[in-house]
Design a protein. Structure first.
Length: 300
């Protein structure tokens, strides 16, 4: 039996996600007159990604502004025509209703102008932050787009690893705990990190109740990472240095007790042992044996 460094870990499956994403779409669709970026392009904050035909919207806005000017003039004229005809503090009810009606009509024209101005601003999609346009529904302008067509912008500097934590393991994991990440696409790459957050609200999955665990990704590795890469987060539960240990295959369970076969005075004997941390293919031996004892190990 030898002394080894052992690490007890909890394996969590997950994938690379992004903290900053934005799904953009036109509220009513329309005829696409401008396309400012294609799928896969890097984009800057407030860069126009696409816009639909707004000529009709602008004409309607001009019309609304004219109606506002007319209504404003009517409102002011009503005030001027009646301002001196009634003594102060004795405003006639009919005049009161007339002024209120004119005020409401004026307010409505203001709202019409604001609504139309908003409609024009919604005819353009802009990137809310620096990032990459990872999805675009069309590759060229001068085509019809629907209200359901979406553009997706992702900030590659906000990539993180998201894994599912079973509710039965929630007490074993905490924010700040050490994690070693491995990605299926890069089997030789191990990333040291820590748990950044654990969701407060659980979600129901096919395997039961789970919580989302977020793991920070090293900035130095961001350039080679992609959204959606699958991998495993090995959460370090405990670490022990130079502890007596044996291969798992050397341990046999007999009536619930861990036993090993040892060589003593050229004879094999069975001994009970107390095990501890399991790390990979090795188990900590807390008592029952000493370093240097000869133990029978089953061949794989």
């Amino acid at each position: 039996m030898e002394a080894r460094d052992l690490t007890d870990t909890l394996e969590l499956a997950g994938e690379v996600t992004a903290q900053k994403t934005a799904t953009l779409r036109f509220s009513a669709g329309g005829y696409l007159t401008y396309l400012g970026a294609s799928e896969g392009d890097s984009v800057k904050k407030w860069q126009t990604l696409a816009s639909v035909d707004s000529r009709q919207l602008k004409k309607v806005l001009d019309q609304k502004l004219n109606l506002f000017a007319i209504q404003r003039g009517t409102f002011d004229q009503t005030i001027d025509d009646n301002d001196n005809s009634v003594p102060d503090g004795d405003l006639d009810r009919t005049l009161d209703r007339l002024l209120a009606k004119n005020q409401y009509q004026l307010d409505n024209t203001i709202l019409d102008v604001e609504y139309q101005s908003l409609a024009i601003s919604l005819a353009r999609l802009s990137a809310p932050f620096d990032g990459i346009l990872v999805h675009a529904p069309v590759s060229t302008a001068y085509v019809q787009v629907l209200a359901t067509d979406t553009w997706l912008v992702v900030d590659p500097q906000s990539l993180e690893f998201t894994a599912d934590l079973d509710e039965t393991d929630i007490a074993r994991v905490a924010i700040g705990q050490k994690v070693v990440l491995t990605l299926d696409a890069f089997p030789d790459l191990s990333l040291d990190s820590t748990i950044a957050s654990i969701s407060f609200v659980p979600q129901e999955t096919s395997t039961g109740t789970t919580y989302k665990v977020k793991v920070a990704l090293p900035k130095s590795e961001m350039s080679q990472l992609k959204l959606g890469l699958n991998g495993t987060a090995s959460v370090v539960l405990s670490e022990k240095t130079a502890v007596p240990s044996l291969p798992v295959s050397a341990i046999t369970l007999v009536d619930g007790a861990s036993t090993v076969t040892v060589l003593e005075s050229d004879k094999y004997a069975t001994k009970k042992v107390e095990t501890g941390v399991e790390s990979g293919n090795y188990l900590e031996i807390k008592s029952g044996l000493g370093v240097g004892d000869h133990v029978y190990v089953k061949s794989e």
